[in-house]
Design a protein around this ligand. Sequence first.
Ligand SMILES: [Zn+2]
Length: 378
Amino acid sequence: MSSDDLPHDGTAGPPGAGLPALRGHNAALLLGLLRTAGGAGVSRRELADRTGLTPQAVSKITARLRADGLAAEAGRRASTGGKPATVLRLVPDARHAVGLHLDRDELTAVLADLTGAAVAVRRAPLDFAAGAGQVLATAGREVAALRAQAGGPPVLGAGVACPGPLDHTTGVLHRVTGAPRWDGFPLREALAERLGLPVVLDKDTNAAALGLAQGIPSGAGSFGYLHLGTGLGAGLVLDGGLYRGPRTGAGEFGHQTVQWDGPRCGCGRRGCIEALCLAAVADGDLPRAARALGVGAANLVELLDIDRVLLGGRTVLAHPDGFRIGVAEALAAQARARGRTPVPVELARGGARVVADGAAELVLAPLFGRRPGALTPP
Ligand SMILES: [Zn+2]
């Protein structure tokens, strides 16, 4: 291993295995700048200026990236006082990554290029609570079909997102609400064997938040992504990094108790915000569901002083305006009481694919120098 290899602590995953150019930290920094620059590209001098690397080091690394097909020349650009500078760009189709969203009743699989854009998408029915056999078989079949459909470049790995709680570091599921038979199951290992690919496993909410954080400069910006589908959870991006907590259990937003003698929740406790929200949805009382979600959002803002709240998940997407307006009203009432500007709330980009796209980002982010677990202690 060379001195600039990524630290391997389980948070970054093994997606660069067998691809030496992808493994260096400095190579990842340069790839990250190439990704951000898009089709316009960036010159070697700019790469050196922005990373603090010597021009010699940049030349050496970019030669390796070009040899691996990851970067290509994209013309010349006039530079101040010298000969025109050669511009380099990322080659998006040099590699692909699989993003897999295992929802409670549906599987969504995407094949993403190096920019994170989906080049192929598949959906299939799934019964997550039924356990491993059916989930592994469906995932294996759909990923094989996806790869056959897209053909082409090597696949770096699969990012897999499913309902939590789970241990991101070991890839083992915990007691998933409504699906107790998964408790203790090593899903990452089982999927890696089935798919024949390196696998990174995370909660659906974390994968979505990681995808949504792409494009935000590292170290800047905090938001909470609230996902209301068949359950309710949150992905937290704090100071530009996804926050998982020391046991990777952060974001169990839906199981905060807001009514101690309230209705029984699927987790076994009472008055969780998820139970209140889902009960209102089941009653067809949208304003009450949105209000419950808004109360939770206001609690989150109170606790973490985040900049934005983003909403997603199937139940939100079925009534996007109702939920957005309901949560905005709760945040406005909070801001009035505190004498400050309300925290903005928006629908998360990506629609129904926000989790699957984010799952692919679990594999892609470390290649570009973005540690998905930036705030998780090493
Ligand atoms: Zn609960």
